[in-house]
Design a protein around this ligand. Structure first.
Ligand code: ADP
Length: 471
């Protein structure tokens, strides 16, 4: 059997609940209104019989002056006459009323079950229930007490089925109305469920298209302004697709830039080899060629190492254990090492507050510091100065590395942190264009910030802000 859709399941569920409610309502309705109708019927019977009490009168002599409209009935009774008023209700709404003598003989009126009641004694003002031929009947008697009428009884009878007849009219009405209402509710629910669930189809299609990699730019884009759960879900998906696209794009860009960066030194190596091998060269020429190949090889090696570092940091964050470490001591020791490799006679001065701790990875932070200090040397001026300052307040650790070198134009202050970005002047140097991108990545990996301030021709200062270990 084909799997049921959510829409169908919801509709079936509500349909079944409604059907159950209808059946329950019928049952309750029938039982409550059944007993109400029977009470009502007994009440009507008693009232009809009571009303008829005043419609019977006794006259000693024939009341000649009363015979005006000829509609009242006169019967000989004893030594006088009985007058049965034309208002006497002998048969109304299934209720029969009869006028009886004490010995159960009928004087006037009707009684459909008279034969069965010959043995039933009169009981004044009592409601009796009898079963005649399998059918229930109510019987109500009233003794007439007005002078001259003593010994006469009024007996009212009505079949209990009269109550059922009235009841069935209500039930019949609801029998027709309730299923119609139920069908309307189920059909309406089916339509509404369809409308509410429509975005799901759109979400599935978009996710499938993106999943197949056909179009990363696709979005679900529910723009009808509604604010239900499915719209929220669709918007969350769209935000996720946006991030995925950006991340794929960055990845693609990185791969393309990396290949491009590797191609340059490789081309130089190949060209140098081809040139050198064209003819026999002197040992000095071979040495020159080897120098070129070595430099380019080292550049490629640095590039590959940096790229691997990025990948490790992005793919396996757990590869770098974090621990509480004395950042003052780390900065001091990196500066000590860097003093030995100082270029262009640049001096390295430090102002390091002692005992500043951070939570971090020693190797990564050392790499970040080395990258910044290498740049300070690389882009510093001859016999210039580099000043490293470290201080910490209650929450933060602030490190600055200031040089008095070439400086960075304001428009490039953010670009320098992009992967493979290099100023034109730096292109032919030893750099890979990955140093600052990696430094920022390491800072963010530690939940910190890295940014620069600079004045062209005067120098640059790089700031690293990290959270203090105890903060
Ligand atoms: P590179 O390997 O080229 O140094 P980086 O990512 O470390 O790559 O730096 C990117 C660019 O930022 C450099 O090419 C250079 O133009 C600029 N830059 C970095 N540090 C400094 C600095 N201290 N002074 C001036 N320019 C700098």
């Amino acid at each position: 059997m084909k799997k049921l859709s959510i829409r169908m399941k919801i509709t079936l569920w509500f349909g079944m609940v409604l059907a159950l409610m209808v059946v329950l309502t019928y049952t309750v309705l029938i039982s409550i209104s059944g007993s109400m109708m029977q009470k009502q019927l007994q009440n009507n019977l008693a009232v009809t019989v009571e009303d008829n009490v005043d419609e019977v009168e006794y006259y000693r002599a024939f009341p000649v002056n009363k015979i005006d409209n000829g509609t009242d009935l006169y019967l000989n009774y004893g030594t006088g006459y009985l007058e049965i008023d034309d208002d006497f209700l002998d048969k109304v709404n299934g209720i029969y009323t009869g006028l009886y003598m004490e010995d159960n003989s009928l004087v006037y009126g009707e009684n459909p079950i008279a034969k069965s009641l010959t043995e039933t004694p009169f009981q004044d003002g009592q409601m009796q229930k009898l079963t005649v031929d399998g059918e229930d009947w109510y019987v109500f008697d009233r003794q007439l007490v007005t002078a001259g009428l003593e010994g006469l009884w009024l007996r009212g009878t009505v079949s209990a089925a009269e109550g059922h007849l009235q009841l069935s009219a209500i039930v019949r009405f609801s029998l027709v109305l309730m299923p119609i209402l139920m069908l309307l509710a189920v059909f309406g629910g089916y339509l509404i469920a369809g409308r509410f669930l429509a975005p799901v189809k759109q979400i599935t299609q978009t996710a499938a298209q993106i999943g197949q990699g056909s179009d990363l730019k696709r979005r679900i884009g529910l723009t009808d302004g509604k604010e239900d759960e499915l719209h929220e879900l669709a918007n969350t998906f769209d935000a996720m697709f946006e991030r995925l696209e950006t991340s794929f794009e960055t990845e693609r860009q990185f791969t393309s830039d990396a290949s491009h960066e590797l191609r340059t030194p490789m081309s130089v190596i190949l060209a140098e080899c081809e040139y050198t091998l064209e003819q026999t060269r002197t040992p000095a020429e071979y040495e020159d060629a080897m120098q070129v190949i070595y430099r380019q090889g080292r550049k490629m090696s640095r590039l590959i190492e940096d790229m691997l570092m990025f990948t490790r940091m992005e793919r396996r964050a757990d590869a770098f254990s974090m621990q509480r470490l004395d950042f003052s001591e780390l900065v001091e020791s990196v500066c000590e090492d860097m003093r030995y490799v100082s270029e262009k006679g640049i001096s390295l001065e430090t102002e390091i507050a002692p005992g500043v701790s951070v939570m971090g990875n020693r190797d990564l932070l050392a790499r970040l510091l080395t990258n910044l200090l290498t740049n300070a040397y690389r882009y510093g001026r001859e016999h210039g100065h580099t000043v490293v300052t470290l201080c910490g307040d209650a929450d933060e650790v602030k490190l600055s590395i200031a040089d008095d070198g070439i400086g960075i134009p304001a428009k490039d202050l953010e670009k320098i942190f992009l992967r493979f970005y290099q100023s034109d002047a730096a292109r032919n140097g030893n750099g890979t264009g990955l140093g600052l991108a990696m430094a920022r990545e390491i800072a963010e990996f530690h939940g910190g910030k890295l940014f620069a301030e600079s004045t062209v021709g005067e120098g640059s200062t790089f700031f690293l802000i990290l959270k203090k270990a105890d903060a």
